[in-house]
Design a protein around this ligand. Sequence first.
Ligand code: DGY
Length: 320
Amino acid sequence: MKKKIIVYERLEKPVLESLQNKYDVKFLKNIDAKTNEEFLEHLKDAEGIIGLALEVNKALLDNAPNLKIVSNVSVGYNNLDIEELSKRNIMATNTPDVLTDTVADTVFGILLAAARRIPELDHLVKSKQWIEALGPEYYGVDVHHKTIGIIGMGRIGQAIAKRAKFGFDMNVLYHSRTRKHDAEEKFDATYCSLEKLLAESDFPVLITPLTAETTGLIGKKEFQLMKHSAIFINASRGKTVVEKDLIEALQTGEIAAAGLDVFEQEPVEPNNPLLDMKNVVTLPHVGSSTYETELKMSELAARNLEAGLNGDKPPTLINP
Ligand code: DGY
């Protein structure tokens, strides 16, 4: 008999098809996992779950007596209760490394877009309002030779530092749980306190994982420390920022602009004031979403899942 697995939300087609050939697959999308009867029915027999952003907590696990592995198709795993999974000897995996450069590219994409006001000017041209040479009211600010402040110097933070140093000749400051001597040497990066980083950066960039310590890490006090000219970038998780404080900081001119790939509530609510601000560049949480990288993430997640189902150690296991 084929093993039962649940595919939740997103998995690239060739990977999904390959799993469907080997396992009894239930593919579920756009459901409320807490109440969806089809999901709960399949959970009883499922040995594996693979997918994106499914909230895996005690309540869910109480309904999953046969589960061996939860394979996240993302590097962030704030949706998984790792302690609860470990208690039950259920493996949890994520997809690091394969998305590092893509997310770093996205960060530079929104950083450049916000600094050079690309979406705003694109709109101006396409809405046929470019009728004369534009003056200083449409100028952007330089990125090259400025100071970037990277909060969270993991793999992605370091890929951002590399682009900043060698692509844009920037001065690189960083703050992280631990010192990264290697990165300091390679990218001429300077470790400093969060306060100093916020005060001195032209581009404070938040790229930490969402944990109990980083929830609400950047709020009113932190925005007040930033330069009035600061362009704040968040490509971590929405909840690392107190969003109402970010909105206030932008409304009052405490900071100049923001580039956001993530929001407190996703998909973002239509009445969120951030959506009406010209100085805010938004993306719908697509930091890693290129054809190439999504496929690599799906493939790695599937390798993790299959290893777990076979009782082997998955390549990128989170809980030892
Ligand atoms: C990740 O992999 O964590 C990205 O944010 C996509 O969810």
